[in-house]
Design a protein around this ligand. Structure first.
Ligand code: CDP
Ligand code: CDP
Length: 195
């Protein structure tokens, strides 16, 4: 069975948490596509070359979840040749047998426009920055500024900007527990699973 769940949204909206839970519940494979851009951003050198030569070792670096990696990712993510170099890997992953969940910014719009389920997960910038600050520490105002800067860059780039697909289901997790957000996402998958 081929079955793709596309989960997009801004930084710290809860995409990864929901994706991992959906993948576990339904036995689907999960790809965190942000990790690809983070790895390209942290590799240094020419980003297009870095994207073309991305290896499992690049994806295993332990600094990929830092704020620095998030900023570096969104800077290389504006380069069309970088996005192009990562496209086939993501599409192949999405159509693997047994089902797949991909989370990112352009999964429902560009990578998998025919995904069986499309979710756009969001929350207010303040709520999202607070969640990220709980993970990384430091100055909360600085985390909020970085989240805002990254959202702005992601939403205004010409190639594959962050925006909900026309047929995406919106989940605003601002006032939701993780459990409630996961339940809402699972309900959407269940409603569209064949059989
Ligand atoms: O992948 P993305 O950056 O969208 O967010 P995440 O890493 O899944 O979630 C960021 C943080 O928000 C995690 O620590 C979650 O536990 C927390 N959180 C959530 O994901 N969903 C909620 N409804 C409430 C909190
Ligand atoms: O977890 P969080 O939402 O903070 O970030 P991420 O999903 O790891 O993505 C890091 C950055 O990579 C984003 O801010 C985007 O600039 C870029 N990205 C993208 O352009 N397209 C994707 N499908 C995934 C990430």
């Amino acid at each position: 069975m081929q079955f793709t769940v596309a989960i997009d949204g801004p930084a710290a909206a809860g995409k990864g948490t929901i994706s991992r839970a959906v993948a576990e519940r339904f036995g689907f494979a999960h790809l965190d596509t942000g990790a690809l851009y983070r790895a390209v951003g942290m590799k240094g050198g020419d980003p297009v070359e870095a994207a073309r030569a991305l290896s499992p070792e690049d994806l295993a670096r332990d600094d990929l979840r830092t704020m620095e990696a998030g900023q570096a990712a969104s800077k290389v993510a504006v380069i069309p040749e970088v996005r192009q170099a990562l496209l086939d890997y993501q599409r192949d992953f999405a159509r693997r047998a047994g089902g797949a969940v991909l989370d990112g910014r352009d999964i429902g719009t560009v990578i998998c426009p025919d995904a069986e389920v499309k979710l756009f997960v969001t929350a207010s910038a303040e709520v999202r920055a607070h969640r990220r600050w709980l993970e990384v520490g430091g100055e909360e105002a600085q985390v909020l500024a970085e989240v805002r800067a990254r959202d702005e860059r992601d939403m205004t780039r010409a190639d594959a900007p962050l925006k909900p697909a026309a047929d995406a289901v919106l989940i605003d997790t601002s006032g939701m527990s993780v459990e409630a957000a996961v339940a809402a996402a699972c309900a959407e998958v269940l409603a569209r699973l064949p059989g």
